[in-house]
Every structure is written in structure tokens, then in C-alpha cells.
Ligand binder design. Sequence first.
Ligand SMILES: Cc1cc2nc3c(=O)[nH]c(=O)nc-3n(C[C@H](O)[C@H](O)[C@H](O)COP(=O)(O)OP(=O)(O)OC[C@H]3O[C@@H](n4cnc5c(N)ncnc54)[C@H](O)[C@@H]3O)c2cc1C
Ligand SMILES: *[C@@H]1O[C@H](CO)[C@@H](O)[C@H](O)[C@H]1NC(C)=O
Ligand SMILES: *[C@@H]1O[C@H](CO)[C@@H](O)[C@H](O)[C@H]1NC(C)=O
Ligand SMILES: *[C@@H]1O[C@H](CO)[C@@H](O)[C@H](O)[C@H]1NC(C)=O
Ligand SMILES: *[C@@H]1O[C@H](CO)[C@@H](O)[C@H](O)[C@H]1NC(C)=O
Length: 406
Amino acid sequence: MAKGTVVIVTLILTSFQEYDVCIAGAGLSGAVIAERYASQLNQSVVIIEKRNHIGGNCYDYIDEETGIRVSQYGAHLFHTDNSRVWKYVQLFSDWTKYEHEVVGVVNGKHVPIPVNIETVNTLFDLNITSTEEMDNWLSEEQVKYDHEPKNSEEMALSRVGRRLYELIFHPYTIKQWNKEPSELGPEVTARIPVRNNHDSRYFGDPFQALPTSGYTAIFDNLLCHPNIDVRLDTDYFKVRDTLRCKHTYFTGPIDTYFAHLGYKKLEYRSLDFERKVVRDTGERGTFQPKFVVNHPSAGTDFTRIVEYKHLLNQTSDHTILFVERSKDGGEPYYPVPNEENKALYRRYQGLAAKEDNVTFVGRLANYKYFNMDQAIINALELFEKDNGVLSQEKDPIASCVATTST
Ligand SMILES: Cc1cc2nc3c(=O)[nH]c(=O)nc-3n(C[C@H](O)[C@H](O)[C@H](O)COP(=O)(O)OP(=O)(O)OC[C@H]3O[C@@H](n4cnc5c(N)ncnc54)[C@H](O)[C@@H]3O)c2cc1C
Ligand SMILES: *[C@@H]1O[C@H](CO)[C@@H](O)[C@H](O)[C@H]1NC(C)=O
Ligand SMILES: *[C@@H]1O[C@H](CO)[C@@H](O)[C@H](O)[C@H]1NC(C)=O
Ligand SMILES: *[C@@H]1O[C@H](CO)[C@@H](O)[C@H](O)[C@H]1NC(C)=O
Ligand SMILES: *[C@@H]1O[C@H](CO)[C@@H](O)[C@H](O)[C@H]1NC(C)=O
């Protein structure tokens, strides 16, 4: 009996695998960290991913029935004002300029989203033509407070006034969050832009583009360095005792890392994607006028419909739609920013700071909505914080940067 135990212990001890760097999560944050350690420092990296694919929430693939490239976890549009990020992403993909535009169905009409001059003219039968007139109109609509907006209702009312709030912001926020805007922190509606001009672009950033061969190909290129081992279908917590790592980067949900302590879980909103194929549309035929059409009104139970055929002028005899509904549970997508969750997060953050040789990185570890460009710059800067700024950057190795074509 005692002998058997000794044998087992010995087996476990000898099966340790040693790496300079261990990373939990093969999303953008983990992949950028892995790429930097391998290409810049020639260190050995293992990246452990519980899903059956790399790419995290940026993952896309070709739908078999229609031949159209779709994103598994919702529409992803790359946009940034950060020229360092823009330069970095050129190393791993070709990019096609694409300026995203969204329309919303409001009172039965298609209007530009974010709200701009045309939105207001269409909805309220006005004839605003200049930025000055739009500013005046907004200023008359806006609710004035003698304090900073305390919640998302006050934030929206202070920015767009009561009428646009009732038509768009209020019903959409309830659909998206299943909470009254007054129960949510001001940052939720502060993030939604409002335009005082005719600009119908969804983002104002100078760099807006789509990866010409899709997002997943970027991850193939980030992770193909020979120093990087990728293990899919593997939960980090199930294997970490078999690893010896000089440093660990954890990109999963921060509360899962400390689950053994039994604190409350951080709350997330998730999305449900209902797949629908519309057959025999003709090669270029589409279902709706734009890639993304929002449905803010209370009359429908979905928030938006995404039609990937619009991207990069894809052709198919059919078209494929994803009807989006917000839900609790499921994949953790959007942190719910209220006081309770923020306080709970700070508690987890305090624990995280005490973990030796572990860096918590990415949107789940920070309990914060990150756009892709923010995830990239955050990972690049953390790498530098942990290793010092490199005097000279090395190019990723050549065999790694061949872009995968479709
Ligand atoms: C619906 C939606 C739409 C978006 N649209 C845009 C957009 O248009 N433009 C934009 O710039 N950004 C967009 N984003 C944000 C973008 O997805 C993120 O910036 C990016 O995914 C962040 O990468 P990450 O690595 O931090 O997190 P993730 O991509 O979530 O990667 C984390 C990875 O860790 C893995 N993991 C978790 N726990 C474990 C574990 N225990 N063991 C092993 N692996 C684990 C997960 O499976 C996941 O693959 C969108 C996000 C969502 C949710
Ligand atoms: C990188 O590390 C490997 C393995 O330790 C070594 O064989 C190789 O020479 C190193 N390459 C460079 C450029 O330092
Ligand atoms: C809007 O105003 C302009 C200039 O005042 C006028 O020429 C135009 O006909 C008006 N349009 C509508 C739809 O009222
Ligand atoms: C797609 O088609 C539009 C309209 O014909 C054109 O302006 C655009 O350049 C095309 N984009 C690509 C990536 O081919
Ligand atoms: C952290 O890393 C240092 C340097 O590699 C090492 O000396 C130390 O033991 C590590 N601490 C833990 C808790 O692993």
C-alpha cells in the first residue's frame, strides 16, 4: 500500500513540464503575450485553452452551408486610434479598410446609429442642416443636472434628452442588460456616441479595417512560433499542477481563479446567437441594408441582426443571419458595472496582487470591457512592465507571418 503511494507520487513529480511562461487562455491577450515572449525573448511558452479553438472571442470560421465567414461570438470590427497597435497588427495579417455603419429600426424606420443629424431629422421630422443647429437642438433636449450623472439614466438624459432616451436608449438598455438604466453605472450609456454632424460611421477612429483572411488567421500567425505550445480543450485549473512556470499569465475570469475561496461570483451578461439561413438570395443578394441592424424597440425581443455576407463583399447563393438576444448565464461577455460587482472585483483584485509570479491580463481578468485594440496595447505594455522596454524589437520569425488565405 505504502509502496504504491510512493510510486504514484514519483510519477507525478517526474511528469512536470517546464516552461518559462505559462498562459491560461488563447484569446487576444494571451496570444499577444505568447508571441512577445517567443519572438522577442526566445522563451518557451505554453498556452492553455479550454475551448476547442484559438482566438478567444475573436474566433471566426467559414459556415459550411453558405460558405460565408462568420464570427462565433458576435460581430468583431477592428478600430483604433493607436498607431502602435495598428503597426503591430500589420505583422500578422493583411487588412482591408472598412468603415462600419449601423442602422437601427426605430418607429418602423431605418435610422443611422449612433444618433446623428439624419437620425434626428427622420425621427422628429426636422430639417437640421448644420452642426450648430444640431448642438442647439441637443442642448434644448438635454436634461441638466447640478452633479455628475450618477447612473446610466442620468447619463443618457444629460446627453440626448428625454425623447431620444425613451425611443432608443431606455428600451435598448433594458433589452441588453435586463436592468433599468438607473440601476447601471453611468459608463454604460456614456460609451454610446452621439454625433452633431452627418457622420454615419459607427466608430470615429482613424484606423478601421477587417483582417482580409479573417481573425482566426491572425491567431495562427501569432502562435505559430516553434517556442509556443498550444493545448486546446484543456482547462488550466486541471493541468496547472503538472506545470512548472517561471511566470504565469491568467486571462480567464478572475473569480474562477479564486473560486476555491467561495466568494460570490462576478456577474456577466451574455448573448445568444440564433442562426438563420435565408436560401437562394442570389450571389450578392442580402436580407438587410447593412452588416448590423439594431432593433432597440421594446416590440421585438432581439437586440440586433448581423448579416456577415456584407463583409468583404462575400458571395454565396444564400445568406446567413445571426439574431442576437441578451441573456444571463452562458459565456461571460459583458461585465455588469454596478456598485456591488465593482466592490467584489476590488476584493478579487486585492487577492490577485498577492499572487507571486502571476499576472492577470485581459478583459475577463480585469472585469472590464476591452476592445481588441485595448486588449493588444494592454498586453504589449504588461509584457514591457514585466520585462523592461526592449531597446530593439525583433521581427516575428518569417515562417510565422505568411498570411493564411482562404
Ligand atoms: C459580443 C462581443 C463583440 C465584440 N465586438 C468587438 C468589436 O467589434 N471590436 C473590438 O475591438 N472588440 C470587440 N469585442 C471585444 C473583443 O472580443 C476582446 O477585446 C478580446 O476578445 C479580448 O481578448 P482576451 O484575450 O482578453 O479575452 P477572450 O477573447 O475572452 O479570451 C480569453 C480566453 O481564455 C479562455 N479561458 C478562460 N478560462 C480558462 C481556463 N480556466 N482555462 C483555459 N482557458 C480559459 C477562454 O476560453 C478564452 O478563449 C467584442 C466582444 C464581445 C463579447
Ligand atoms: C532560442 O532558444 C533555443 C532553445 O533554447 C536555442 O536553440 C536557439 O539558439 C535560440 N535562438 C536564439 C535566436 O537565441
Ligand atoms: C430644409 O430647409 C432647406 C433650407 O431652409 C430647404 O431648402 C428644404 O426644402 C427643407 N427641407 C425639408 C425636407 O423641409
Ligand atoms: C465591396 O464593394 C463595394 C461596392 O461595390 C466597393 O466599394 C468595395 O471596395 C468592395 N470591397 C472589397 C473588399 O472588395
Ligand atoms: C517566483 O519567481 C521567482 C523567480 O523565478 C522564484 O524565485 C520564486 O520562487 C517564485 N515564486 C513562486 C511563488 O513561485
